[in-house]
Write a protein that binds this ligand. Structure first.
Ligand code: BDP
Length: 711
């Protein structure tokens, strides 16, 4: 073979190879479907010989069949045949209406979206049945079956039944119409507004597949800091084009609405929700949207919060505003997700504000309004106590808003797995008779509506999320949205098996690393209940010294209150008494430093530096020990990742290793800058054996990053 011929042959070979063989760039997320190999692969071949449809044709059913063919084709190395009748080893997709005689299933329990997977004999032949009341259940069931197969499950033994606990399982995109993603760290917005509606990026389908594989069923396309333009005819047409792509995957489109749109777009003199002309404008607008998007989900609204317009501008309440929009949406079956993220500028304790404004409105919202509450009372910090509104508004459905994008947790450069954070809030006991999960899924009060929202971390980066491990945060959110009681460890295990490796030792080593990462970020950024210590504008690095922003409650010094006498925000009855917003059993525990868990100590208490901790250390020594522990954990994560080199493909291994090196450096930066600052206030010597910060405080303060000043 001469050189040019060899070159040509190689080029031909590369062209014929499937894309995945060339690169592990993360594009395929957890839907990679690599060959199982060995006996497992042969077994799958025997139990996934073909796909039979006993269900009415629909785009959703076709999506399910396509996914099964793609998945089995990859995992088993051969695509299953499309069969017209059951044969041994077939997969049978069946809806209730077309179920063959003798197929007994608890159809009622499956509801509109649930599914059952059974090993069954049909017409005397052993088959796997995936059953549901409708086609969307079949799609979810197909994804669940594929997930089990990817994780190495036994195709002949798999039996399961599942229904979602929460009705509306939504991503919230903080995507602006110019494609900048607010707090996005994964490139530009996926929505190419300029080319829409004519040009449909193939990626929209993969986005919908990924969400459907988790059971997510709605997406809010645009930022809560909304522009009125998103409600104009051209943008409605663009949103409708996306909705058409997403529809077969059960993903409904929602929009963030700007409250002042009747003024900005309609030329009205007011946006007062009690004004008939305003109500008529919204009704017409909703009718127009629903003509283009018949299954339009509804509006998400940020009102009278951080400068956004709202009903209070006209002396009206949040309920007045929400109900006006709800009335327009009701005939179309849409909902209003009205956010409770509010804090007035003159607040004495920002943590009290949302409760103070919203709790008295319980019972005043229309039937299709859901109040959307962030997981904690401040703002997506590495750790917060659960929001006191959960359990305190029994007559109002409350949605839980979680942040998947890691605005305050090191962006996509830090490996921080959020499964444990999400689980912590869902499992928190509100003291009102159940957990946050019971409030959110509606079972505690018997609400018909229930919702959960995750602020998305997706963008145009090839790996979607800015880093490989941040995909796991999207994944964990989706799995918990479907089943809030799932174990974070179990979810991480599934994700690793679907993305990196099924080999148990390596899989578990990666899971351990993921699970340790959340506590690590708490330790190296904001240990012991500290919060909001980040620098201005970018929210990435440390800035505990910042005290000069326009609003006091944007300043880190407002939140940590460190001085020569001690540190922490006194929210006990002797202080702001924010603790009283919790149910009595919880309030009692957290009102006293002796019964407050160390993780929340400085959230609720201002304590002297020599306060004696349960560990026997002084508070000052404990603070430093936690900062050190955080840095040590990250260094250990980096070491453990190095040891996994043989188990992970070279491309992703190198990517993650590079990110972990940045994280190690930045964890030290957080630790050093915070210790240098707190020492300058406490005036105390570092405990014996403590490594002094690498530089003086002035050097940390002098760092700037070229971001526009903001808060
Ligand atoms: C904060 C973000 C800001 C958001 C705001 C919100 O810094 O970009 O607009 O939350 O949730 O965390 O409305």
């Amino acid at each position: 073979m001469n050189d040019s011929f060899r070159g040509l042959a190689l080029a031909l070979l590369l062209a014929l190879m499937p894309a995945w063989a060339l690169a592990e760039d993360g594009y395929e997320l957890w839907l990679r479907y690599r060959p199982l190999g060995g006996a497992a692969q042969a077994r799958l071949q025997a139990h996934a010989r073909g796909v039979v449809r006993l269900a009415p044709d629909s785009p959703t059913l076709l999506a399910a069949v396509d996914e099964l063919r793609r998945g089995i084709g990859g995992l088993a190395g051969q695509e299953p045949a499309r069969l017209s009748r059951p044969r041994a080893g077939a997969l049978v997709l069946v809806t209730r209406a077309l179920a063959p005689a003798g197929l007994e299933l608890p159809w009622e329990q499956l509801g509109a979206e649930g599914y059952a997977i059974r090993q069954q004999r049909l017409q005397g032949r052993p088959v796997t049945v995936i059953a549901a009341n409708g086609d969307i259940g079949l799609l979810y069931g197909s994804f669940a079956w594929l997930r089990a197969m990817q994780a190495g499950g036994d195709p002949a033994g798999l039996e399961m039944q599942s229904t979602p606990r929460i009705g509306l399982r939504l991503l919230n995109h903080w995507d602006n119409l110019d494609r900048h993603v607010e707090r996005g760290y994964a490139g530009a917005s996926l929505w190419d507004w300029w080319k829409l509606p004519d040009i449909l990026d193939a990626r929209y389908v993969d986005y919908a597949r990924a969400n459907a594989s988790l059971g997510l069923n709605g997406t809010v396309l645009n930022n809560v800091n909304a522009k009125a333009d998103s409600l104009t005819a051209p943008f409605i047409a663009k949103a409708a084009a996306l909705a058409a792509v997403f529809r077969p995957y059960g993903l409904r489109v929602y929009l963030s609405a700007r409250f002042s749109a009747p003024v900005e777009l309609g030329g009205l003199a007011t946006a007062d929700p009690l004004e008939p002309a305003v109500q008529a404008w919204w009704q017409a607008k909703v009718d127009e949207i629903c003509r283009a998007i018949p299954d339009f989900g509804g509006f998400l609204v940020k009102a009278n919060s951080e400068g956004q317009p709202g009903p209070q501008d006209y002396g009206r309440s949040h309920a007045d505003g929400a109900n006006m929009l709800a009335q327009a949406l009701a005939p179309h079956g849409g909902v209003v997700l009205w956010r409770a993220f509010v804090y007035t500028p003159d607040a004495s304790d920002r943590a009290r504000q949302a409760f103070a404004e919203f709790q008295p409105l319980d019972g005043r919202f229309a039937a299709n309004v859901i109040v959307q509450v962030k997981n904690g009372p401040i703002d997506f910090q590495p750790r917060e106590p659960f929001h006191p509104l959960f359990g305190a508004m029994p007559r109002t459905p409350l949605a839980l808003e979680l942040q998947i994008t890691k605005e305050y947790l090191g962006f996509s450069t830090h490996l921080v797995h959020l499964g444990p954070l999400f689980q912590e809030v869902l499992r928190a006991d509100t003291g009102h008779g159940g957990t946050v999960a019971r409030v959110v899924d509606g079972t505690q009060e018997g609400h018909r509506l229930s919702a959960i929202a995750g602020v998305a971390n997706t963008g145009t980066d090839r790996n979607w999320c800015g880093s490989h491990f941040d995909q796991a945060n999207w994944y964990a959110f989706g799995r918990l949205a479907w089943e809030p009681d799932l174990e974070a460890a179990r979810i991480a295990q599934d994700w690793v098996a679907q993305t990196f490796t099924r080999q148990p030792a390596a899989r578990d080593a990666i899971v351990q690393l993921m699970l340790a990462s959340r506590e690590a970020v708490v330790d190296y950024m904001t240990p012991l209940g500290l919060h909001h210590l980040m620098d201005t504008g970018h929210h990435h690095g440390p800035g505990p010294w910042v005290d000069n922003l326009a609003r006091a409650d944007w300043n880190p010094t407002y939140f940590h209150r460190a001085g020569p006498g001690g540190i922490g925000f006194d929210r006990s009855p002797a202080g702001s008494n924010a603790v009283a917003q919790y149910a009595p059993s919880v309030a009692q525990r957290w009102a006293d430093p002796r019964t407050t868990p160390p993780e929340l100590l400085l959230w609720f208490h201002h304590l002297p530096w020599d306060h004696r901790m349960l560990s026997g250390r002084t508070l000052w020594a404990e603070l430093i020990a936690r900062y050190d522990r955080g840095v040590a954990t990250v260094e250990d994560m980096a070491r453990r990742w190095q040891a996994l080199r043989p188990d992970v493909d070279a491309e992703r291994h190198a990517d993650v290793a590079a990110y972990l090196a940045v994280q190690s450096r930045e964890a030290r930066w957080w630790r050093d800058a915070c210790i240098a600052y707190f020492q300058s206030v406490s005036g105390l010597p570092l405990p014996a054996g403590t490594r002094p910060p690498g530089q003086g405080l002035a050097a940390y303060k002098a760092l700037h990053f070229g971001f526009a000043p903001g808060r």
